[in-house]
Design a binder for this molecule. Structure first.
Ligand code: PHE
Ligand code: CO
Length: 301
């Protein structure tokens, strides 16, 4: 999502000014990439679909085609079928059109945002079934790798599964849980869960492991890497264990957490996290490549 913890930690701030000041500091003075001049109070902008150039639509088509070819046998079925129904292969989609069909399916809409947005605005959108999608597209030189989430990551990676009723409910619950975690000092833990599930999660299928995380599905390299026997670990999701685990933002993941299905993800994250946040704060964090004694690797490296 626009404000996903994609390749940068998200930033919590009370006011817009604080938000920009913190971004500048954290990114060594670098500017946020989007155009924030015309944002509304909830950081929404107009997508301005007519202003995309023919070159940008062509770049989108190339990105889409490369990913689409990699999906069979690697992406979960729910993702593949929803993506096909979106008919987004021909160019950067018009968010309003997508929103109209998405709203019919699960009650979600897409809102256009200039790029990363503060935690409060981000969680508030999710809690109200609005998914923030960045308006700008990467440059051709960034075909294989991009640091900040762009429209291709946000849309291609995240939007298809919003058509799945259970997953759609889960993202809304995550948004509500984020608002709650802000008052409980649980944001780091919740961000790790988000990272290892919504961004980089794998799910079991009768034919083997499949990707459902948006960070994997929108990445040519990681979609291939994540299922291959490799140095990366593949272990069953345990929510508490996951929330203790540090993650890599500038390389492939060293651990992938695997769920049985979306129902498990929904059910395992439904309990009140308040006592969990307190307990985890007293424990050591775990390095990204940890394997605990009782854990079984599901893919042999
Ligand atoms: N159940 C969590 C809580 O009580 C909220 C949550 C739901 C978090 C779904 C993540 C995903 O805080
Ligand atoms: Co994302």
């Amino acid at each position: 999502m626009a404000a996903c913890v994609f390749l940068k930690k998200r930033i919590m701030q009370k006011s817009k000014q604080d938000f920009f000041a913190t971004v500048a500091e954290k990114s060594d003075g670098a500017q946020l990439r989007g155009d924030y001049t015309d944002i509304s109070n909830d950081y929404v902008v107009r997508q301005n679909w007519g202003s995309y150039t023919e070159e940008q639509h062509a770049l989108w088509r190339r990105l889409y085609q490369r990913q689409a070819e990699l999906l069979p046998g690697r992406a979960c079925d729910e993702f593949i079928s929803s993506l096909q129904a979106l008919e987004a292969a021909d160019g950067i989609p018009d968010f309003e059109k997508t929103s109209d069909s998405l709203e019919k399916a699960t009650g979600w809409r897409i809102v256009a945002v200039p790029g990363l947005i503060p935690e409060l605005a981000f969680f508030t959108h999710l809690a109200n079934r609005r998914f923030p999608v960045t308006v700008w597209l990467r440059e051709p030189e960034e075909f294989d790798y991009i640091v900040e989430p762009d429209v291709f990551h946000d849309y291609f990676g995240h939007v298809p599964l919003l058509f799945n009723p259970i997953f759609a409910d889960h993202i809304q619950e995550y948004g509500k849980g984020g608002l709650k975690a802000m008052g409980l000092g649980g944001l780091d833990q919740l961000a790790r869960l988000y990272w290892y599930t919504i961004e980089f999660g794998l799910v079991q299928s009768p034919d083997g492991l499949r990707a459902y995380g948006a960070g994997i599905l929108s990445s040519g390299g990681e979609l291939k890497h994540c299922l291959e026997p490799s140095a990366s670990r593949h272990i069953f999701l345990d929510v508490e264990r996951c929330m203790r685990t540090l993650y890599k933002i500038d390389s492939y993941q060293e651990t992938y957490f695997v769920i049985r299905d979306f129902r498990q993800l929904f059910d395992d994250t439904a309990p009140d996290f308040t006592p969990l946040y307190e307990r985890i704060r007293l424990q050591e964090t775990l390095p990204a490549n940890t394997l605990l004694d009782n854990e079984v690797e599901l893919v042999k490296g």
